[in-house]
Design a protein around this ligand. Structure first.
Ligand SMILES: Cc1cc2nc3c(=O)[nH]c(=O)nc-3n(C[C@H](O)[C@H](O)[C@H](O)COP(=O)(O)OP(=O)(O)OC[C@H]3O[C@@H](n4cnc5c(N)ncnc54)[C@H](O)[C@@H]3O)c2cc1C
Length: 471
């Protein structure tokens, strides 16, 4: 090892020091400039939403602390920034962990080519996928389109996810003198919407690790069933930590395996959800067009309704359907929505309001702290029925029966729609069916302090079915 060599470690969505192959290997080479570039040259549609930027700010601050204040921050076009740093500092190697979203693949390919052409050694690694998408193909060498064979045959039978990298010694790091201050990345925006997120989240690598071990102790043992109930604590809430790479899927996979017997149905189910994340990344990798277009082309003819008023009522949680409103308010309040409720609110937008899934996806992109191109696009298309291996078009979530079944005590719904807290549970999910006295006793006047339903469930369902059946 030549201790005189100078390398750049370019952090992206891998904001951790544990199990970080590019960081580990760069530190083995000698001196390292660790840096993060906020890429403001991306197309508008790929720019981070406000909630994600809030998370990123705190995650970068945390990483900087763990790197002994040696992380350098930049804003601009990554190629220009890297080239200028290389020139000024006599850098020999550049290391990064690969991103798998099409816009980043395209960008990073160009960067790699240019750096290689100027004699720089570029080393890239997989830090975010249990199975790299290009390695998983069917026997006929085409990509899988259905989850179960992808996961069972393509992934599990192919090879086990690798073990984790050791924690590197954090030494030999140097700061670039031309960097900017984290506050100049302007990630916290001008409004104070994000301030409330401080109440709900503890960002950063150590907090991600603590959350995982807490989930293994308290949530995992009833994950398969409990994950359906938004008022229960059976899901991990690791999604933003995973998205920003504060914890690797490999660490999670290995810790979960250590935690209990591998035949355990809860462990299996949890791992298969990580498998769904892999599948989303895989779909986006092999079918990059799904970023904006329907995976199933027949949906291109869908006569979506353009109604800004209905869209706004959905965004604000004022649809008159309590579990939908609870979900949309949870999103606004916390930057997160429980998975069961994500399915209910998205189905409602697409199949009852008949509004294009892309508009719902955009709102989630803006408001979710775990907003992830692959998971968000693939999940919205799954719900709409336009995706690969999607929910069949006739599967329309009924927000009344879903509420009764999955929030049986009403605790989740009442938390986010407090104006209904005194309403008898029998009518909590269908307040328009309660008689006048019942509503009055609960302090509710429909249309005044809680909305009347903005759409009729039965007729909107029938309309959706009719359109879908003609596609
Ligand atoms: C309309 C819609 C939009 C979504 N948008 C996103 C998004 O932008 N970002 C995002 O990370 N997830 C998204 N999901 C998937 C899922 O809802 C979240 O990953 C999950 O709710 C995160 O909570 P958790 O960490 O407690 O999950 P857990 O149940 O604890 O699962 C552990 C991890 O597995 C992965 N995972 C779990 N469920 C899914 C799933 N259905 N698809 C893909 N990966 C999954 C996530 O990385 C998650 O953190 C979306 C789902 C729907 C229906």
């Amino acid at each position: 090892m030549s201790k005189n060599k100078l390398s750049i470690m370019w952090f992206k969505e891998d904001l951790r020091i544990n199990d970080n192959p590019a960081l580990f290997n760069s530190l083995n080479e000698g001196l390292v400039i660790p840096l993060y570039i906020f890429d403001n040259s991306l197309k508008e549609e790929y720019k981070m939403g406000e909630a994600s930027k809030w998370w990123l700010h705190h995650s970068l601050s945390d990483l900087n602390k763990n790197l002994n204040d040696k992380l350098s921050f930049f804003m601009g076009n990554p190629l220009n920034i890297l080239e200028s740093l290389i020139d000024k500092n006599n850098v020999e190697n550049v290391f990064w962990n690969r991103s798998y979203e099409p816009c980043f693949i395209e960008r990073d390919k160009i960067i790699k080519k240019k750096l290689l052409a100027s004699g720089i050694i570029v080393k890239t690694y997989n830090a975010s996928l249990l199975w790299e998408s290009h390695e998983i193909l069917k026997e006929d060498k085409t990509p899988y389109r259905v989850f179960t064979p992808f996961y069972r045959k393509g992934c599990l039978k192919n090879k086990s996810p690798r073990s984790v990298y050791n924690k590197p010694k954090i030494e030999n790091l140097i700061c670039s003198r031309t960097d900017t201050n984290i506050s100049e990345l302007c990630l916290l925006g001008n409004n104070n919407w994000h301030l409330k997120f401080n109440k709900h989240w503890k960002v950063g690598e150590i907090n991600a690790q603590k959350k995982l071990s807490n989930f293994i102790k308290t949530g995992l043992s009833d994950y398969k069933n409990g994950r359906n109930y938004p008022a229960k604590n059976n899901v991990s809430k690791l999604s933003p930590h995973i998205h920003f790479g504060e914890i690797s899927p490999h660490t999670i996979w290995n810790e979960i395996n250590k935690s209990s017997d591998l035949e355990n149905k809860n462990v299996e189910h949890f791992k298969s959800e990580l498998g769904w994340r892999e599948f989303s990344k895989y779909l986006l990798f092999h079918f990059p067009e799904i970023i904006n277009s329907n995976f199933q082309k027949k949906f291109d003819n869908f006569p979506w309704i353009k109604d800004d008023n209905l869209l706004t009522l959905w965004k604000k949680g004022k649809t008159g359907y309590p579990i939908v409103d609870a979900g949309m308010r949870e999103l606004w309040e916390t930057g997160y929505v429980h998975n069961r409720v994500r399915m209910i609110v998205s189905s409602f937008l697409v199949k009852n309001l008949l509004i294009d899934w892309r508009l719902g996806e955009r709102w989630f992109w803006e408001c979710l702290v775990d907003a992830d191109q692959a998971n968000n696009k693939a999940s919205w298309q799954w719900v709409a029925g336009s995706g690969a291996d999607a929910a069949p078009y006739f599967r329309i979530f009924n927000p009344v029966t879903q509420g009764m079944k999955f929030d049986p005590d009403g605790n989740y719904t009442k938390k986010y729609v407090p104006e209904l807290r005194n309403l008898d549970i029998k009518y909590l999910f269908n307040p328009w069916e309660a008689d006048f006295d019942k509503l009055q006793n609960a302090g509710i006047t429909l249309g005044k302090n809680y909305p009347k339903p903005i759409v009729d469930l039965k007729s909107s369902r029938n309309k959706a079915l009719e359109i879908f059946s003609k596609l």
